[in-house]
Design a protein around this ligand. Structure first.
Ligand SMILES: Cc1cc2nc3c(=O)[nH]c(=O)nc-3n(C[C@H](O)[C@H](O)[C@H](O)COP(=O)(O)OP(=O)(O)OC[C@H]3O[C@@H](n4cnc5c(N)ncnc54)[C@H](O)[C@@H]3O)c2cc1C
Length: 446
């Protein structure tokens, strides 16, 4: 009987179990993980922090789920992998033999390289234990400084704000998330934060966290300002947890280098999820994809391939639904300008008009005070979109982009500023899709 060992109980590790069991009902599966809480929704932590969801709701599976898959779970840390011996050394000094091994150890928050990060009151948001710590800190504290320009930083800002703290938000540049949002979108987010009472400090870098008796007292900025605070939240990026792989002599660059079958340079060791740097045959280079859905997909395929199948991993169209300052925001496909492609046009139109007509199959979400749609129009298809606020069209646009629907019939209209793009796309969708949302009357690009 074969033994499959999986290190990690996150999205990738748990999906690998499903992949293995779909092919192999009998072999032994052993899962090792060092977080006491096992499998839970990391994306849900933001909503837990603001008090919108309970802790229980972050856990999608009962113990019976893992019993059904007949997995032996060991809650401890994997200390070292010995590829030649095919064993994993655990924290208690015992050794676990494997035939095939999956490393799905995820990523951790990048540390800030400034003095004072070891003071009590300095927090990050990697896991549920961090979220509990933040909530505990928030009870006794008054002022937070948050550092970082992406989604997690904003989640910390909103989490502390929801818990009644005054929040200073440091942005290194002159607007929020400038590599994804355009100027107006950044401004919408910033404006909403300001309305909630958040104090934004542009072009501000943290230089030092200063303490008193081991606790945060204030921060010093790079331009010499001092701001009193008793909590500092840091979210300046993530780093794949690749130390086990490095010590085992596996190839790593930013993450663990794996081929399109999620296999490392040791054919019996696979990697998936945030820790893996996966070769993408479509773009022809290795990519890190630190999102929940790709982690699940990679984990499942790694599981299949560990059983001996040969299934290629192809990165799907980027698709991320998130919430920015209370606004649901969906980001699909390519965004921004591609200089090499002169026939790509970005169109943005903020709109406040309601929907005239929507097919039943679409999930409607409306009632926002901000509705904004930005689409990137290629020569004959949509390449990307960002929807902020009203999400009524998100599924239709997602399908138009991923299925490469020929938009020639509406391209000119999209480029003409006289009619709202939302209306043009809704009309087009109603003409090409049936009531079940199947695309029935359109040309698909190859
Ligand atoms: C606050 C937050 C918000 C997020 N929001 C979104 C979102 O809105 N949308 C989205 O798509 N993605 C979001 N993400 C990212 C998403 O959660 C990750 O991409 C996904 O969880 C990665 O899954 P993974 O299985 O690769 O790793 P993880 O979920 O990080 O799991 C890693 C596992 O490895 C274990 N482990 C690590 N080292 C060892 C060791 N040495 N020994 C034993 N076990 C070990 C850990 O205990 C854990 O079980 C968010 C992440 C965070 C932190």
């Amino acid at each position: 009987m074969k033994t499959f060992v999986i290190i990690g109980a996150g999205a990738a590790g748990v999906s690998a179990i499903e992949g293995i069991r779909s092919q192999d009902p009998d072999s032994e599966i052993i899962q090792v993980f060092d977080e006491r809480d096992g499998y839970y929704s990391r994306p849900g932590l933001a909503y837990y922090l603001t008090g919108e969801v309970s802790e229980d709701s972050l856990f999608p599976f009962q113990t019976s789920h893992f019993e059904r898959f007949r997995v032996k779970q060991i809650n401890t840390q994997a200390k070292r992998i010995y590829p030649f011996e095919h064993t994993v050394e655990l924290a208690d000094g015992s050794y676990l033999p494997y035939h095939k091994l999956l490393i799905a150890t995820g990523a951790h928050a990048a540390p800030a390289k400034v003095p004072g990060t070891d003071l009590e009151g300095v927090v990050k948001l990697d896991n549920i234990a961090d979220a509990r710590r933040i909530m505990k800190h928030a009870r006794k504290r008054h002022t937070a400084v948050i550092v970082g320009g992406g989604i997690t930083a904003l989640e910390l800002v909103e989490g502390f704000k929801a818990r009644g703290l005054h929040v200073h938000y440091f942005l290194r540049g002159n607007r929020y998330w400038s590599n994804v949002l355009d100027e107006i979108e950044s401004h919408i987010v910033e404006q909403r934060l300001v309305e909630e009472g958040v104090q934004i400090h542009y072009q501000t870098e943290l230089a030092e966290i200063i303490g008193n008796r081991g606790k945060v007292k204030e921060v010093l900025t790079a331009d010499g300002r001092r701001i009193k605070c008793d909590v500092v939240g840091i979210a300046i990026g993530i780093k794949p947890r690749k130390n086990l792989a490095e010590a085992a002599g596996l190839n790593t660059i930013r993450g663990i280098s794996v081929n399109e079958y999620l296999q490392s340079n040791d054919p019996d060791i696979f990697a998936a999820g945030d820790v893996a740097e996966v070769y993408d045959p479509i773009v022809g280079k290795a990519i890190l994809d630190s999102l929940w859905a790709p982690a699940r997909k990679q984990g499942y395929l790694a599981g299949l391939n560990m059983t001996g199948k040969k299934v290629l991993y192809c990165k799907g169209m980027p698709f991320n639904v998130t919430r920015l300052a209370g606004l649901t925001t969906t980001i699909i496909g390519t965004l921004g300008s591609r200089e090499e492609d002169c026939d790509v046009v970005g169109i943005v139109r903020g709109d406040s008009e309601g929907w005239r007509y929507m097919p039943d199959a679409l999930v409607a979400q409306s009632g926002f005070d901000v509705n904004r749609l930005r689409v990137l129009v290629g020569e004959n298809r949509l390449l990307g979109a960002l929807l902020m606020g009203d999400q009524t069209l998100s599924r239709a646009i997602h399908r138009l982009i991923t299925e490469k629907v020929d938009i020639t019939p509406i391209r000119d209209a999209l480029l003409r500023p006289s009619r709202p793009i939302t209306e043009i796309i809704a009309d087009f969708w109603s003409q090409i899709a049936d009531n079940q949302g199947n695309i029935v009357h359109a040309t698909i690009q190859s």
